[in-house]
Design a protein around this ligand. Sequence first.
Ligand code: NDP
Length: 321
Amino acid sequence: MKKVLVTGGTGLVGKALEAVIKEQAPADEQWYFAGSKDADLTNLAATQALFAQEKPTHVIHLAAMVGGLFHNMNNNLDFLRNNLLINDNVLQTAHEQGCTKVVSCLSTCIFPDKTSYPIDETMVHNGPPHPSNYGYSYAKRLIDVQNHAYHDKYGRLYSSVIPCNIFGPHDNYKPEVSHVIPGMINRMHQLIKENPDVPESEKVFTVFGSGKPLRQFVYSLDLAELMIWVLRNYDSVEPIILSVDEAQEVTIYEVAQAIAKAFNFKGKLVCDTSKADGQYKKTASNAKLRSLLPDYAFTDFETAIETSVKWYKDNYDQARK
Ligand code: NDP
């Protein structure tokens, strides 16, 4: 019997994993989804108590301080320290308590700022990250270093996945921390609701920045399926990029258009170039994933945006906002 502990089990990706597992839970796996109320993983004793209670054989480690561009820019120290603590506590406790496999989460936004494209798994440590999120990036990069060190010293198979930008139901819509998609969904919803006397065709939705940066976005439910596949089938310490294909890259302006379509928004979209753009692009190659899972069909971007907007509207009262 595999006992799988998901740290960060109450977040965007954790909830997607829970939904996928509910659909296809095999008889020889038990899953436990832990949030920060179960244990503050910045605290070693609390981490040890959670592992002692749940006795996992396998861990999907998602828990992290996570945020969008603006939240990162203002809080690099907190992103660095909280994530270093969480990762060290989880990995060391998993090791001490005999977990055979840990799959942790890196991100395509931790890659070197100055690099060639597309980025691949061999390039994580090739240069400094973008200055906007160096705290988060270095803490995440050290997961890979630590995975190799546990392998070298103890033969542990602790691995990591590198998702591109993620979105879906249960996202974090809080304006001060949100990533671009939940941030836009929340703002567009507010704009449509406020000033009901103003005709919608006269309302203006502001896209932060030039709208030109390119991003790859993976739907959280797709990512969850891929992470479950990694847990069961991918036996390597080396990280693996879990991203949509390069051809599925979209501009931030196209994201705004897809969200506007999902809301059936009749107003205008305008770019505010006084706001930061962040990295222009961070195109990632999913060639390694494709070599192992050539036929995986990612959910179409517009369909996934529609489902995400519908979830937000249907669950407005409970959404993190
Ligand atoms: P969320 O912000 O939605 O969820 C974060 C999770 O971490 C929550 O379950 C939260 O618990 C938990 N958590 C945070 N701090 C602590 C703590 N001190 N102790 C215990 N649990 C804690 O994040 P996502 O689901 O978006 O991210 C999952 C993983 O994917 C992260 O590792 C992130 O770095 C990575 N990632 C995310 C991307 C994205 O676009 N969102 C892109 C690439 C990688 P609670 O809610 O109960 O407080």
